[in-house]
Design a protein around this ligand. Sequence first.
Ligand code: FES
Length: 164
Amino acid sequence: MACKKQGVPFAGTEEQRDELLKVISELKDEKGALMPIMQKAQEIYGYLPIEVQAMISDETGIPLEKVYGVSTFYSQFALQPKGKNQISVCLGTACYVKGSGEIFKKLEELLGITNGECTPDGKFSLDSCRCVGACGLAPVMMINGEVYGRLTADDIPGIIAKYE
Ligand code: FES
């Protein structure tokens, strides 16, 4: 899997490209087509690398700077791929006061990545999130949707090892 840290090249398939071109030709003459095209492109590729943005720009005639501007403005668009295991640490108030900042730091050290990145082998990506409604278990992190609560930084290596 491609990763920002390593600059692994984008690897889209012909099928993905054909699917995107079909979506663009169906939508491009409609007003306000850029957002739905970008949403579909993200569904097809899983994220929106610059190569996909360039394809959208070429096919719609919308300048790449505009496509890029939209992709960075809206948090729904991911410019980096996600890892096979998606780690999300809650930095909401209840978790933060109970030390989720330390948990996050430990993960950064252990995995060698920071917020929004994935490991070079594509196994893990790391993100922070707001309150996930499990404040009673603070501090909380989730891996692939599974909740881990009442964490200490010392718990982290053992948990990560389960996903290696
Ligand atoms: S603040 Fe973390 S679950 Fe609510």
